[in-house]
Design a protein around this ligand. Structure first.
Ligand SMILES: *Cc1c(COP(=O)(O)O)cnc(C)c1O
Length: 375
């Protein structure tokens, strides 16, 4: 059966080994390690895949968020609304720029931010919203965009976990996650759905002016060589990573389908068990299952995690501590309303192994052990 892992990067690599090895060797042979032709080819391919005007590759997903935030011309003290239940990077760049992360509760079934909660958090200082498409399914973006328009707010989508998810608007049109708001940000960290073999990320937009500005910001604020219009940063995707991503992007939909297959298999077997809630699927977004996250009631989550680990089954808690309880964010952040759902999720969530290489045998083993624990 093989060791069960949260994510099987080796198994995935072996299936595309000859292509990858060849691309890496060619890249080394050409020695254009920075801004080689692979980088341009990848940004164009991703642009096409996402259906956006401009993609700017950068060094990682956290930089992507920072570049996006820097492009918006915000002033210290301006407020940015974020979900309290997310990875720290979402709020970190807000803090770094002297902005105020305003943390709102998430929906307990989708794990995502909602327009209702955002609306309650809007003040005269609010300038932007960062919806995070947590675990691979889009937040309900249409009402969020309406709200943003009404209040003149920027929307930066954190798509680090949801690249390839498709959102369906009320008129039936389909848009890729990250292409709905003003700016999309993603990460190519190895374990992400489109992962490279090191660090990588990208920002993207349909707004030409924002695209140009973000491109300059990612490159020392440079307009042309030795002319610096903005204070920027140095954030690049290197050619080797771009070469790898060129190959993997072509497999992304197939990878999403493999994850979806495993999720459906789990759903069918775990859906009716007492004390377990399987992830909700909404009707207006596909789910690319970066994580398959259960809610385990009755205070049994930690026991189940330990039980599974004893059987050689890894399971992870994303996330054990909400943003509002992190020391770094207590002093600079603001909490809007009550964060009861977030607190409950931190106590109840458990993510099971899910990746592109899962076998029926592995899934059965995990499911049987969960059933044994419950009974
Ligand atoms: C992974 C992740 C990031 C950061 O990406 P890095 O490439 O690790 O910097 C940001 N937001 C979310 C929601 C993530 O999951």
């Amino acid at each position: 059966m093989g060791n069960i892992q949260m994510v099987d990067l080796k198994g995935q690599y072996l299936k595309i080994k000859s292509e990858i090895d060849e691309a890496i060797a060619a890249c080394i042979n050409a020695t254009s390690f920075i801004n080689g032709p692979e980088v341009k080819r990848f940004s164009e391919a991703l642009q096409h895949y996402l259906g956006v005007e401009k993609v700017i590759p950068c060094a990682n997903g956290t930089d992507a968020l920072q570049i996006a935030m820097m492009a918006l011309d915000l002033k210290p003290g301006d407020e940015v609304i974020v979900p309290a239940f997310t990875y720290v990077a979402t709020a970190e760049v807000i803090g770094l720029l002297g902005l105020v992360p305003v943390m709102v509760d998430v929906d307990p079934e989708t794990f995502n931010i909602t327009a209702d909660r955002i609306e309650q958090a809007i003040t005269s200082r609010t300038k932007a919203i960062v919806p995070v498409h947590l675990f691979g399914q889009c937040a309900d973006m249409e009402p969020i965009m309406k709200l943003a328009e009404k209040h003149g707010l920027h929307v930066i989508e954190d798509t680090a976990q949801a690249i390839g998810a498709r959102y369906t608007a009320g008129d039936g049109s389909k848009v890729m996650a990250g292409a709905i708001g003003h700016i999309g940000c993603t990460s190519f960290f190895p374990s992400k759905n489109l992962g490279c073999y090191g660090d990588g990320g990208a920002v993207y937009t349909n707004n030409k002016e924002l695209g140009e500005r973000m491109q300059m910001i990612a490159n020392h604020g440079q307009v042309k060589k030795y002319v610096h219009k903005y204070i920027g940063i140095n954030s690049r995707l290197d050619s080797l990573q771009a070469a790898i991503l060129n190959i993997k992007l072509a497999h992304l939909d197939e990878y999403a389908a493999a994850r979806e297959w495993a999720a459906t298999y789990y759903d069918k077997q775990l859906g009716d068990l007492p004390g377990i809630t399987v992830p909700l699927r909404v009707t207006n977004s596909t789910h690319v299952f970066h994580q398959y996250t259960l809610r385990i009631g009755e205070g049994k989550r930690d026991q189940l995690k330990a039980f599974l680990e004893e059987k050689g089954i890894p399971a992870m808690i994303y996330y054990p501590v909400p943003l509002n309880e992190q020391e770094a964010y207590k002093s600079i952040g603001k909490v809007s309303g009550n964060l009861g759902n977030t607190a409950a999720l931190c106590r109840e969530v458990l993510s099971l192994p899910i990746h592109t290489e899962m076998t029926e045998e592995q899934l059965d083993f995990i499911i049987d052990n969960i059933k044994e624990f419950i009974n």
